[in-house]
Design a protein around this ligand. Structure first.
Ligand code: ATP
Ligand code: MG
Ligand code: MG
Ligand code: MG
Length: 475
């Protein structure tokens, strides 16, 4: 089944259950101080859940462009290294605003998966919220449990903790217990060795969560307490690319027709083959993933820049450039060339990718030129540092200068040094970094504008990437 049909069948199924099909909200959020990017389908409906405004229809379905690189939901470090977390992905969803609740949500989800998509029910595991003993003092979700027991044998029902089975959009906002649906796509041989039950929520690439049914009944307030919402709602989110993997009989999201055109194009422009080495594979996946995040963001009007959301986008793109540079030997701009393929692949569903194609290409190409120049200069400077080194130890101070003054990524420095058999004085580097942080903290107090924002993005919003480039863990 083509991805296009997977998406359509989802929407048509819920249309047949009296839902109206609505459009995805933009991925880039301009007017919410708590959120830079849409991280779930429910974001655009937040005000309905809170009871602050009235929906036109009480049942709605859509596919939503999401980006999970900052805040509470940050998957960036996984992306490329695993085969099922993306930065940008589509979340298929159905909603009830004070209309139906758990019974219909559970029954329809099951009907769609097993009768429409014809997934073998024996491969599906479902979870229910077990309750919590912390300040929230929440009960086991017996209602969901009883509903599931009527359709799924108990050995495939899992009791989940707050981390997995209580969904929250951010530190504040609508939230509630949830039931997740997981699928085991391993071979029979593997299944005989270990029960799928053991592997649910255990980061196994072939036992993955596909759908989350959230039973919205609380609002998390700024002081951390929960209050009951004025009405109860359904919020579901299914990972479109994961569903395609399942229905297309693949083992990785990157083997579905959502990604294969991009992977083939990367092969064509880099003259490398996907599947030959693990490092190159990761680079392929990072690039195929990140070009989507960046292009969708630009098409939404958010260009890479030095502050706020633009800075997040710039760093995603730089991560892709760096993986290409390091593992696929790409020394010339090439990521911009993938935009045409992406636009052909998904432009029917998201026309902004067609209308903004040229802009996306131009912006990405300029960014590539500029960052590749940084990388080139940095390499020459690093060469000098190596030549001047006494013995095999490289001064952390020098590496810091390269990072701080020339913008050369420290993890790349560490990697190159390691490959060449040199040792970086990490302690000294960390000390220099700390000094700089103290300096910039002092400077922030007297400087306004970009710098302030840049600082706050690094501190709060973009924690994952900081570990790679800015907090600087030298891994
Ligand atoms: P996981 O546990 O796999 O990280 P999650 O519990 O964080 O997923 P939810 O917040 O419940 O995910 O989102 C709903 C659905 O969206 C998930 O069931 C999954 O199918 C999909 N999804 C979540 N994060 C990603 C991602 N980074 N890339 C692709 N799909 C995702
Ligand atoms: Mg997650
Ligand atoms: Mg989960
Ligand atoms: Mg989930």
């Amino acid at each position: 089944m083509k991805s296009q049909d997977v998406r359509n069948q989802f929407l048509q199924f819920f249309k047949s259950k009296s839902h109206s099909i609505v459009s995805s909200a933009p991925m880039v959020i301009k007017d919410d101080p708590t959120l830079m990017f849409t991280n779930a389908g429910m974001n655009q409906f937040k005000e309905f859940f809170l009871g602050n405004s009235e929906p036109k229809n009480s049942r709605v379905t859509d596919t939503q462009k999401c980006l999970r690189v900052s805040g509470k939901h940050n998957d960036l470090e996984e992306v490329g290294h695993d085969t099922y977390h993306h930065t940008m992905f589509e979340m298929l969803g159905n909603w009830s605003f004070g209309d139906y609740f758990k019974k219909e949500a559970i029954q329809w989800a099951w009907e769609l998966l097993t009768e429409v998509y014809k997934i073998n029910p024996e491969n599906l595991y479902v979870s229910v919220f077990e309750g919590s003993k912390d300040n929230d003092k929440l009960e086991l979700d017996t209602e969901a449990l009883e509903l599931w027991k009527a359709i799924v044998p108990e050995e495939r029902i899992i009791y989940g903790n707050k981390k997995d089975n209580f969904w929250e959009m951010g530190d504040q906002g609508p939230c509630g217990p949830c039931s997740e649906i997981h699928i085991d796509i391993r071979s029979d041989e593997e299944k005989a060795k270990t029960s799928g039950r053991e592997l649910v929520n255990a980061d196994h690439p072939q036992v993955v969560e596909i759908w989350n049914l959230v039973f919205m009944q609380y609002n998390r307030k700024a002081d951390g307490s929960l209050e009951e919402l004025p009405a109860k709602h359904i919020d579901t989110g299914m990972g479109f690319e994961r569903l395609c993997m399942v229905l297309q009989g693949k083992q990785s999201n990157y083997e579905t027709d959502v990604f294969t055109p991009l992977i083939r194009e990367i092969e064509a422009v880099t003259n490398k083959e996907y599947g030959t080495s693990e490092k190159a594979n990761i680079a392929f996946r990072v690039i195929a993933d990140h070009v989507r995040a960046v292009a969708f963001s630009i098409a939404d009007g958010q260009l890479p820049s030095n502050t706020g959301a633009g800075y997040v986008i710039r760093r995603i793109l730089r991560r892709a450039i760096r993986y290409g540079f390091t593992f696929l030997d790409t020394k010339e701009p090439f990521i911009y060339k993938l935009v045409a393929t992406l636009s052909r692949q998904i432009g029917e569903t998201f026309p902004e990718l067609k209308s903004q194609k040229q802009l996306c290409e131009n912006v990405i190409r300029e960014e590539e030129i500029s960052f590749l120049r940084t990388l080139d200069q940095g390499l020459v400077l690093l060469e000098n540092i190596i030549e001047e080194a006494e013995g095999k130890k490289i001064s952390g101070k020098k590496a810091f200068e390269l990072y701080d003054t020339y913008g050369f990524p420290i993890d790349l420095t560490a990697l190159i040094l390691r490959e060449r058999g040199y040792d970086l004085d990490e302690k000294e580097f960390e000390a220099e970094l700390k000094k700089q942080k103290d300096r910039s903290r002092a400077a922030t107090q007297v400087t306004a504008g970009d710098w302030t924002e840049l600082n706050s993005v690094e501190k709060d919003a973009f924690i994952g990437y900081d570990h790679l480039e800015s907090e600087v863990k030298i891994a």
